[in-house]
Structure formats: structure tokens, C-alpha cells
Design a protein around this ligand. Structure first.
Ligand code: SF4
Length: 335
């Protein structure tokens, strides 16, 4: 734990002061010798908020949080089957900024920005600049939703939808709440984990006032990501009436053990968050070294079933291109 990185700064300042220098990161963690393992692709450079670094252990080259953000030479390895657009999202993009894959839900990518760059991110090659909704696209999105009465839920995604200002976010909420067929607005975000102060009073007050159900799906992969400050902010969101769920990615060397998954579920629950999905890795180019095979994932899941209560078991799933739902991993295979 690096105490001097724990800060009371507002979230915007923390966002702007994120670490982007590998030398600085390795210096803070006293891991300068790792510099020989580094490769930084131009399209997806290092970015990690100081509050997240503060949760890492100094001198631990195997730290599970560090492993998620440190660019590694293995990202250069070309592995068959790992591609730039593993979910074929470019084919499900009826209008700029909008993805329609699931029958009753659409996903809006309102920003390409993230507070943190996760090395396994399946959207790391996504062309956000060509896909940001401008004012014309804004109107097209509203028309698209109203022309599809089966849509009752909008998922704000990105990038990270909480990396935009409250002013911009509230404008989206106003727009969506005015569409009467919508019952639920969902936010997919990693910001409450990496900069918990993002759940500021103005945001929570606005969410509490929404006429829609507000669901916040955070993204947390390891129990160490939830310290006391993070848990306190998450509990505040819960008090504001936000339903809190977590999706994690099963990552080799980060959380692919029974102990890590049990600790994650328990820590989430203590912070008022229910485990929702445990995804096996989307096969994105540059991230093959994070993958674990389905049999190992299934074995791990069986072990978790023996330990955790049902309400703390995430669903073990894989997302596949052109499938209108997340596909459960067949845990009964050969048992
Ligand atoms: S926060 Fe989410 S979208 Fe952003 S890099 Fe990480 S996994 Fe990808």
C-alpha cells in the first residue's frame, strides 16, 4: 500500500493526474527491473489512476492489480484466433454510438475515454473516434429507440460513461428519461473502483431522482481493488437507490484461483455489490496471455459452488459474436 498516493482530490483532478509513465509507475512500486518486460503499443498506452496504484503492494512484481495495467511484451505475440474485434461489434452498429445486439437493450458508447487502460480490454482496438455520437447521431439514436418499441433499457458504456462530466452525463439521462418506453438505464463503469470519488454527491443525487431504474454494473476483478474508501462510496450509491452489480473477467495470473474468486465475491458483498458475471476472456489481439481454457474455468466454477452461497456466485459466461445473449459456459461437460 502506498499511503502518500491516497488522496482527497476531486475525481476530475485524479483523472487528469493518472500515471502514464512506466518509469514513474515502476519507480513508485520499486520494481524498476521490470522495465525490460515492457512494450507499449501506440494505440493503447499506459494509464492508471494513482488511487488504484495505491492499492498495489510495493515490491510485488506479481501484484494482481499491477498485472492488469502494466503493458507487457507478450502483447506483441500474434496468436491465432485473437483478433482486433472479437465480438464483431462493427457489424452491430446501426447508427453512430449505438450498438444493438440484445433484443430489449441497446448500448450507447458516449465516450472513448477510460480512467484506466486494462491490458485485456476487448475494445482496445475499437475506433471510438469514428463512432462518437455527434448532435446528428444523437437525434438518430432517439429515433432508432422509439422505432424499436421492444427496447426498454439503455446501457451507457464506452470507454467509461462516468469519465464524462456530470453536465454531459445528466444531459444523456434527461434525453433517455424523456423516452417513455425506457424503464431502465444501466451504467457500465470501472470508475467507482479506480477513482471512487467519481460517485460524488451531485451524481448520486441525480441518479436518486431518476424516474428509471438505475443499475450500475461496476467492473472489479480482484478483492484488493475494494479498499475501505471504495466500499464507502459504493455503499453511498446503494443508499441512493442504485442497484449495484459487478462483472469481472477471468484473468490468468490475476483472479484464476478459488481463493481469489471467493475473496472477490465476499468483498463485493461487503460493499453492497452482487457478483453478476464472470466472463471468460474475449479473444482480443494482444491479450492471449490473460486467457485460461474453458475446462479450467469450469473446474474453478465447480469449486466455487462448493464454497459460496448462490447469491454470491456470478454467472460464468462467454460473449460470442452475433449471439443475442451471453452464452453460459457448459459446466456440466464430462462430469
Ligand atoms: S475500463 Fe473497461 S472499457 Fe476501459 S479499458 Fe478497462 S475494460 Fe476497457
Amino acid at each position: 500500500m502506498i499511503n502518500h498516493l491516497i488522496t482527497q482530490k476531486n475525481w476530475q483532478t485524479q483523472l487528469s493526474e493518472a500515471i502514464t509513465s512506466v518509469d514513474e509507475l515502476l519507480g513508485l512500486l520499486k520494481l524498476e527491473s521490470l522495465i525490460t518486460q515492457i512494450y507499449i503499443p501506440k494505440h493503447f498506452e499506459l494509464r492508471v489512476p494513482r488511487a488504484f496504484v495505491a492499492k498495489m503492494t510495493v515490491g510485488d512484481a506479481s501484484d494482481p492489480l499491477l498485472h492488469q495495467v502494466l503493458p507487457d511484451k507478450q502483447e506483441q505475440t500474434v496468436v491465432a484466433g485473437y483478433v482486433a474485434d472479437p465480438l464483431s461489434e462493427n457489424d452491430q452498429n446501426p447508427t453512430k454510438g449505438l450498438l444493438h445486439k440484445y433484443q430489449s437493450r441497446v448500448l450507447l458508447t458516449i465516450t472513448g475515454a477510460c480512467a484506466i487502460h486494462c491490458r485485456y480490454c476487448f475494445r482496445q482496438h475499437f475506433d471510438y473516434s469514428a463512432n462518437m455520437p455527434n448532435s446528428a447521431a444523437h437525434a438518430a439514436i432517439i429515433s432508432y429507440i422509439t422505432e424499436h418499441p421492444e427496447i426498454n433499457e439503455v446501457i451507457l458504456s464506452g470507454g467509461d460513461p462516468l469519465s464524462v462530466s456530470n453536465r454531459r452525463l445528466f444531459a444523456w439521462l434527461d434525453t433517455l428519461e424523456a423516452i417513455s418506453q425506457l424503464t431502465t438505464i444501466r451504467l457500465h463503469t470501472r470508475l467507482p473502483v479506480v477513482i471512487p470519488e467519481r460517485l460524488d454527491d451531485a451524481l448520486l443525487d441525480r441518479l436518486a431522482q431518476s424516474r428509471c431504474n438505475i443499475v450500475m454494473v461496476i467492473h472489479c476483478n480482484h478483492a484488493n481493488e475494494i479498499d475501505a474508501i471504495t466500499a464507502e462510496y459504493l455503499q453511498r450509491a446503494r443508499t441512493a437507490g442504485v442497484m449495484l452489480l459487478n462483472q469481472a473477467v477471468l484473468l490468468s495470473g490475476v483472479n484464476d484461483s478459488v481463493a481469489a474468486q471467493v475473496a472477490l465475491s465476499q468483498r463485493l458483498f461487503g460493499a453492497g455489490v452482487l457478483p453478476y458475471y464472470l466472463h471468460v476472456l474475449d479473444k482480443v489481439a494482444g491479450a492471449a496471455h490473460f486467457d485460461s481454457d474453458e475446462q479450467s474455468a469450469s473446474d474453478l466454477y465447480w469449486s466455487l459452488l462448493a464454497v459460496l452461497p448462490g447469491y454470491l456466485m456470478p454467472k460464468l459466461v462467454r460473449e460470442l459474436p452475433n449471439r443475442a445473449f451471453k452464452v453460459p459456459i457448459d459446466i456440466y461437460k464430462e462430469r
